[in-house]
Design a protein around this ligand. Structure first.
Ligand code: FES
Length: 142
C-alpha cells in the first residue's frame, strides 16, 4: 500500500492537533468499519471557522486527512465548510489507497457534528463559546 508524499507529510507533521478551550462546537464520531474515534473542535466568529483542532484514535490515514481537512476549512464560513467532502480532502492529499478511504470519513463527519453542535447551541439561545459542549452519551458510528 502506497501513500502519497502529502499523506506522509500530514501524518508525520499533523496540523491542528489538540483541543480548543471554550470551543463554539465539538463533534465526536466513530468509524463503523474500524471502531476508531475522532473528535473535532471549532471556534466560530461571525459565522467563520477561525480555529479548528482535532484529536483521534485513528490510523495514519485518519490523522493525515483530519490534518488536511482542518487546514482546508479554517477561514471558511460554516456553510462553505459543510461542502468539503472526504473525497475532496483525499484528492487534496493526492489520493488514498481505496482500502483507507473510510478513514477519511471521520474528519468530515466529526466536522459536521461540531457544526451541528454549534448550531444547536444557537438554536437554544445559548452563547456557543460560553456553553460547554455536551459529550454524547453514546458515540455515533458512521
Ligand atoms: Fe480506523 Fe483508519 S483504520 S480510521
Amino acid at each position: 500500500m502506497n501513500y502519497t508524499e502529502q499523506v506522509m507529510d500530514h501524518f508525520m507533521n499533523p496540523r491542528n492537533v489538540g483541543e480548543i478551550e471554550n470551543a463554539s462546537g465539538v463533534g465526536t464520531v466513530g468509524n463503523a468499519k474500524c471502531g476508531d474515534i475522532m473528535k473535532i473542535y471549532i471556534k466560530v466568529e461571525d459565522n467563520v471557522i477561525t480555529d479548528v483542532k482535532f484529536k483521534t484514535f485513528g490510523c495514519g490515514a485518519a490523522i493525515a486527512t483530519s490534518s488536511k481537512a482542518t487546514e482546508m476549512v479554517k477561514g471558511m464560513t460554516i456553510d462553505e465548510a459543510l461542502t468539503v467532502t472526504n473525497k475532496m480532502v483525499a484528492e487534496a492529499l493526492g489520493g488514498l489507497p481505496p482500502v483507507k478511504i473510510h478513514c477519511s470519513v471521520l474528519a468530515e463527519e466529526a466536522l459536521h457534528a461540531a457544526i451541528q453542535d454549534y448550531k444547536d447551541k444557537l438554536a437554544r439561545g445559548e452563547d456557543p463559546d460560553a456553553t460547554p459542549s455536551v459529550e454524547p452519551e453514546e458515540i455515533q458510528y458512521v
